[in-house]
Design a protein around this ligand. Structure first.
Ligand code: HPA
Length: 278
């Protein structure tokens, strides 16, 4: 038995004891997304996992450690959708190993979540994607984030040579776009952070074909996909990336834009939860 899979299995058991039936869809709320998210659930119960052994707790402002499990609002009882909201995530730049970064997602998929929805804040690489835009991922370019399938990080939790074509589920995305036609999907570039990019890096990423840049999500998407979950990821573009139109990003700007766009983000989140084919 690998040590990592022992930790994952122990956490799966605790969540099962605490909450019973697993959620169909688990959501990792990134910077800014959590403000109105709780209003999307009814009959929700919360579990603060802050003190739980081996559960990795977020420390970045805008992230939290509690989980909320309930039914999606606006759905008839007989079609109830059980949804789990994780209020924050951990990042590579906080010093975690890839296995630690994705432990929560692995736990949720092994517990029984069939759909993983990953949300984040990102910088826009294109003038025609202004702050406040929402971008479902079509694909990603991984520059600086660790791969959780590396030997020693994978720890018996899935195959290694995983095919990432269509990792961001095209069927789920098409259903979301049909419900929210104003959305423009695009390619996310993952950097290690925590410093923002240099203007030269931003120009490089745009030339490589990326539409947005951020510091998260890719490891969790790979881990969830490798375990067979359907994956969707959506960025809230909170700022123009460094140097574009003179942009000089800050965490305060990221959080302020997220707050200002919380209602639009919550509406898209609701659609994403409704359009998952659970
Ligand atoms: N770069 C990287 N990560 C980010 C940014 C950015 O400009 N904005 C929000 N997260």
């Amino acid at each position: 038995m690998f040590e990592e899979s022992t930790k994952v299995d122990a956490l799966v058991e605790i969540l099962g004891q605490q909450f019973g039936e697993p959620p169909q869809i688990a959501v990792v709320l990134g910077s800014g997304w959590k403000e109105l998210a709780a209003e999307l659930l009814e009959g929700a119960e919360s579990l603060d996992l802050g003190g739980l052994d081996n559960w990795i707790c977020p420390s970045v402002a805008g992230h939290g450690s509690d989980l909320l499990l309930g039914n999606l609002v606006g759905v008839p009882q007989r079609e109830a959708r059980r949804v789990l909201l994780c209020s924050g995530r951990v990042h590579s730049y906080e010093g975690y190993t890839a296995a630690e970064l994705v432990r929560g997602v692995r736990v949720l998929v092994k517990w029984g979540a069939t759909h993983i929805l990953l949300l984040n804040a990102a910088g826009s690489l294109a003038q025609d994607r202004p702050p406040g835009s929402l971008m479902p991922f079509t694909d990603h370019i991984n520059i600086g984030l660790p791969n959780p399938l590396r030997r020693g990080e994978n720890c018996g939790l899935g195959a290694q040579f995983v095919n990432l074509v269509d990792m961001y589920d095209p069927v789920w995305r098409a259903a979301l776009l049909a419900a929210q036609p104003q959305l423009r999907p695009g390619v996310y570039a993952g950097m290690e952070g925590p410093s923002y990019e240099t203007p030269a890096e931003v120009r490089m990423l745009a030339q490589l074909g990326a539409d947005a840049v951020g510091m998260s999500t890719i490891p969790e998407a790979i881990a969830a996909h490798a375990l067979g979950a359907k994956v969707m990821a959506i960025s809230l573009l909170t700022n123009m990336a460094a140097g574009i139109g003179g942009s000089n990003p800050s965490h305060a700007e990221v959080l302020a834009t997220a707050t200002a766009n919380a209602a639009a983000a919550a509406a898209v989140l609701h659609s994403a939860l409704l359009t998952a084919t659970v």
